[in-house]
Design a binder for this molecule. Structure first.
Ligand SMILES: *Cc1c(COP(=O)(O)O)cnc(C)c1O
Length: 346
């Protein structure tokens, strides 16, 4: 059951909203036993890489696309660091509406680019960063009348609230900390709105503290200043001017949370930790929260025994080049048993 079917009562839909779905949402919430012990907390990972296009973007996109069709959209347009475009292209294909995607040239992981092209979107790579691609796509939308499906589209954030509802439905409460990577800051804003809405209707009693994690080279919410040349290996959060900065700051302030930055090195080592001690392969941006928890633990700033949910925003298979650069090559041998047994005993 997709999120419009599952949570329709909580979403701004009407009888006329088409009930489209690629069966997004209902992703696993996995208890990470080994890493919990290492960090002395109760750590859960929300596996958003299990969504139809491999990232959480599908939760918001299904709503944005359904509402746009309800309102008679002719075509969709978005700027993207990769996952938004994959998601927009997939839902546009399912609904058979044209989709235009503007990307920062050379800065999108190959998995995401190939998905987007495969779904049949028109892909335009701009020689500039995401922030510039976004400005241009907004201007193009004004000129053409096409619907922008970036996270400035309010329906995107509505759909993404469903992640918070699922967490509470499984845990029976909100976690103490909600840890999440922050790029354009839509998802942290959406989760906070989702938790608050669940509290208002009596589904939960306590709200979580919202802990946002940015890459050190793209951390305007940590430094308090826009970042004109964002740089990080975690391309999904390579954003210098977050579109939803205002809501994200409110979420952190109201929840008594924090923004923290982590280096690319810390992100890559968290990616390896998550895979080798948790069995979960998530893309680099998704590992910023775990990198942050490890860092806070080292600094003595991670309270013992708290329940933490981290959102593993995208699937590791999307960015294989980065992964391969970390793990090295397999051990190659001649086709004889002796060599195989020798490797296995070393
Ligand atoms: C989009 C994205 C983010 C950042 O989410 P925002 O809502 O832009 O803050 C993080 N991780 C992945 C994998 C993403 O695709």
């Amino acid at each position: 059951m997709g999120i419009i079917q599952k949570y329709g009562e909580l979403l701004p839909i009407t009888k006329k909203t088409p009930r489209i779905t690629l069966e997004e949402g209902s992703t696993p919430l996995v208890y990470l036993d080994c890493i919990s012990k290492l960090l002395d907390i109760e750590l859960w990972g929300k596996l958003e890489g299990s969504n139809p296009t491999g990232s959480f973007k599908d939760r918001g996109m299904v709503m944005a696309v359904a509402k746009a069709i309800e309102e008679g959209a002719k075509a969709f347009i978005c700027a993207s660091t990769g996952n938004t475009s994959a998601s927009a292209a997939a839902y546009a294909a399912a609904a058979q509406v044209p989709c235009y995607v503007v990307l920062p040239a050379g800065k999108v992981a190959l998995g995401k680019l190939s998905q987007t092209l495969m779904y049949g979107a028109t892909v335009i790579a701009v020689k500039g960063n995401f922030d510039r691609a976004f400005e241009m796509s907004r201007e193009a939308a004004e000129k053409t009348g096409y619907t922008v499906v970036n996270s400035v589209n309010p329906y995107r954030l509505w759909g993404q609230r469903s992640g918070a509802w699922e967490v509470c439905d499984v845990l029976g409460k909100a976690p103490d900390w909600h840890a999440i990577p922050v790029g354009n800051a839509g998802n942290i804003s959406a989760y906070w709105a989702g938790y608050k809405q669940y509290k208002e209707i009596g589904k939960i009693v306590e709200l979580p503290q919202m802990m946002g994690f940015q890459a050190a080279g793209a951390s305007p919410l940590v430094t308090g200043e826009l970042c004109p040349n964002p740089e990080t290996i975690a391309t999904a959060i390579r954003i210098g001017s977050p579109v939803n900065a205002k809501f994200a700051k409110e979420a952190v302030a109201q929840s008594n949370g924090q923004f923290n930055a982590v280096t690319d090195e810390e992100i890559l080592s968290a990616q390896k930790l998550l895979a080798s001690k948790g069995g979960i392969f998530a893309e680099p941006a998704s590992c910023a929260p775990l990198a942050g928890l490890v860092k806070l633990k080292k600094e003595g700033r991670l309270p013992k025994g708290i329940t933490v949910v981290m959102v593993l925003t995208g699937n590791g298979l999307k960015d294989l080049a980065t992964a391969m650069s970390q793990v090295g090559e397999p051990i190659t041998i001649e086709d004889n048993m002796k060599d195989l047994l020798e490797v296995m005993s070393s």
